[in-house]
Design a protein around this ligand. Sequence first.
Ligand SMILES: Cc1ncc(COP(=O)(O)O)c(C=O)c1O
Length: 366
Amino acid sequence: MSLRATRAEINSTAFISNLNIFRQKIGSKKLCLAVKANAYGHGLVPIAQLAQDNNIDMLAVAGVDEGIVLRRAGIITPILVLSPFVRKEVSLIFQYKLTPMLTHLDYLGDIEKFSSQYNYCLPIHIKINTGMNRVGFSATSVREQLKDLWDNPSVSIVGIGSHFACADEKTEVSIQQTKKQIKLFQTVLNELSDILDKDVIIHMANTSATINFEESHYDMVRVGIGAYGYPLDQDLGLKPILNFKSKVVYSQKIAKGEIVSYGGTWVASEDTNIALLPVGYGDGYPRALSNKGSVKIEDQYFPIIGAVCMDMMMINTGDKLISKETDVLIMGDDQLLNAEQLAKKINGISYEMLTSISERVPRLFL
Ligand SMILES: Cc1ncc(COP(=O)(O)O)c(C=O)c1O
């Protein structure tokens, strides 16, 4: 176990409770958990293992490499690869029994080759572009576009899905966009209704759509950020499961007029105490929060002063000289220090605050 002062504590109980909140919302539908990008910064393998132990139906990764890490760690749950892959990865998809979400048919020849080599009919999902305009088959004449897949013995279509562009936005324009995407997806499903097997898993909803657009649940929802405890502005009882913490490692008194950190962007307006935390942008704490962020010691918030360095940052503790080894909350399950609130200060989103926490920060599962 890491003894480093800076760590990300993961609340396993809260994670399971968040999953259950979504289960209650979707009833008997399937629940797919997005674990891409190191499980949104929480730790790919341990999160996948926890989810598997709690009967998750499917795991979603961005790329083949993430799927391989999971298989090598012994994860046996179906793994959906959401993003397009390159030709060289086709053999790995077969080797590690991953389920790609096909967005084009350029590598169908390679799929057929490995299918006969491995004597394995590859389960695939089809991705339909209903308006996000990132990846996927166009929603018009899908039947014709996919004609090489119907009755193809190398593949088995086990799922079909799409992805929303604006399901998390509350403006009327965004709501209309989401409804338009659902309508278009339904048109595609109608067009394919006599071809698709009745067991094919239809899926479209991310966290926000799962919460706000029940008509998009279909057979399965793909939840990411919600399982990790966000968004917090919905009255659902979701709880952030990651607490980014450190400890004070040094404290000192500085005189009025002294500067702190690179560039001297902060000048003491009076004699004060400052404390040093061994955490910086090398750990994924944004440098953009220099002179903007704050941290919490017991029940009190203290501002970050001066530039956040690669490995350290300083806080102003006023008339308090904080003793070494005192625990500090940097980001987590707190009204002001949750990932959403901190992101707002720098025009960011909770997703990037969480996924930015770097590899050198140990994840401790509690
Ligand atoms: C295709 C796809 N599905 C599902 C998700 C999960 O989204 P969220 O984290 O908003 O629930 C993502 C995340 O970006 C995604 O790209």
